[in-house]
Design a protein around this ligand. Structure first.
Ligand SMILES: *Cc1c(COP(=O)(O)O)cnc(C)c1O
Length: 407
């Protein structure tokens, strides 16, 4: 055993450099707080990027994981298992969906959704119809597999990986006319984030989602909602679609669904699911009992109107605090979002400096996220105590003062 220090410098030595992590290494968490190697404490408003929906060490999730770890860890898809069956049943009870496909990440859930849409069009329109066009939107993010970076609306993520899959069209987000001009009989799917997450925390307009639904129905295309970030209670509803008046044909979920344990899911109707017959798609870890047991405990915890109302109340608390800070400092041009997925966009003179503000916030003991170079993003625990919200904003205020002092 090598006993040299495990520190940030070791990362650059032994890890593939596709990330540039901050200097602190958190070693322990509890609720909305984290502690680093030297015992320094932080308030966590990053939530592992909208993953730790119930914070750290939530007793219900901890118990579910420990109990399942004591039973059986993995079986493969040669056998089904009780946690997977229970979780799928629960998801179908709580959403529009009738059938569920499990996997381990958001990209994998979207990969399944996109492949299913292509296969569905192939099965129903025939292989000669050319019904394979996928419509997606500028600024959207759908994952890092080759198919999902190609569908995602950020060029930088697919540049250098060409040739990429064909038959994908990108339109401006929230542009109803562009949708009307583009959806056709050749379209097999429209994929949309009800709130763009990574791309800047931008909610979809209700009429945009409604138009997407109508156009998909007119042209026999499937509407896919990527709720990998907006789902699992993030907006104050179990899934964001529930507040839009629009029901998708396929919904993808991951991130918060496992509360920190890797799991993804693709939800759809029985009629559409039929296009994935035995052998057409699969994954080794899909429906892994550990992940499913944790996700089931998470859903049981979220299935609570008081908790969901709390998300909306805490959202308002953050917005009020951020507006008050902004009244003082005038740093942000916009404060927006839904539930506990919030974005504060840097005003013109400060554009491009979100990472600098994020690092200063960390110094002051509060962890925040960015969503592109201009937007500070918050995605804290859905049950973050009000006290932690207030204390985090006091610390953030200090970071802003330092930031403005840096000129
Ligand atoms: C994070 C994210 C993904 C990708 O999820 P991974 O688990 O990183 O593969 C896909 N879509 C959206 C909207 C996301 O926020």
């Amino acid at each position: 055993m090598n006993n040299s220090p495990v520190d940030r410098a070791l990362f650059d030595q032994v890890m593939v450099p596709c990330f540039a992590p901050l200097d602190v290494i958190p070693v322990r968490g509890e609720g909305s707080r984290l502690w680093d190697q030297s015992g320094r404490e932080y308030i966590d408003l990053a939530g592992g990027i909208a993953v730790n929906a119930l914070g750290h060490r939530h007793p219900a999730l901890l118990r579910a994981l420990q109990d399942q770890a004591d039973q059986v860890w993995h079986l493969s898809n040669l056998y089904t298992n009780e946690p997977a069956l229970r979780l799928a049943q629960r998801l179908t009870e709580l959403t529009f969906a009738e059938q569920v496909f499990f996997c381990s990440s958001g990209a994998e859930a979207n990969e399944a959704a996109l492949k299913l849409a292509r296969k569905y069009a192939y099965d129903h329109a025939g292989s000669d119809a050319g019904k394979h066009e996928i419509i997606s939107f500028t600024g959207s993010f759908h994952g890092r597999t080759l198919f999902t970076v190609s569908v995602g609306g950020q060029l930088k993520y697919r540049q250098g990986f060409e040739p990429v899959p064909a038959g994908i069209t990108h339109l401006p987000y929230n542009d109803v006319q562009a949708l009307k001009d583009t959806v056709s009989e050749r379209t097999c799917a429209v994929i949309v984030e009800p709130i763009i997450g990574e791309g800047g925390v931008v909610p979809a307009h209700a009429e945009f989602l409604k138009a997407a639904r109508e156009l998909c129905d007119q042209h026999g295309a499937l509407l896919i909602f990527d709720e990998v970030q907006s789902g699992a209670g993030r907006t104050g509803s179990l899934y964001a679609y529930m507040e839009t008046g629009v029901t998708p044909d396929i919904l993808t979920s991951a991130k918060g669904l496992g509360g920190g344990f890797p799991i993804g899911a693709m939800l759809t109707t029985r009629q559409i699911a039929t296009s994935f017959s035995v052998g057409t798609h699969g994954t080794t870890y899909g429906g892994n009992p550990l992940g499913c047991a944790v996700a089931l405990a998470l859903l049981d915890t979220l299935d609570n109107p008081e908790l969901m109302a709390g998300v909306k109340r805490k959202s308002q608390l953050f917005i009020d605090e951020l507006r008050a800070l902004n009244g003082e400092h005038g740093l942000f041009s916009d404060i927006r979002g839904q539930g506990l997925l919030l974005g504060a966009e840097l005003a013109e003179p400060y554009k491009g400096r979100a990472r600098e503000l994020l690092a200063l916030a960390l110094e002051q003991g509060v962890m925040v996220l960015m969503a592109g170079p201009d937007v500070i993003r918050l995605a804290p625990s859905l049950i973050i105590p009000d006290n932690d919200i207030q204390e985090s904003m006091t610390r953030f205020d200090r970071a802003i003062v330092r930031f403005l002092g840096n000129g």
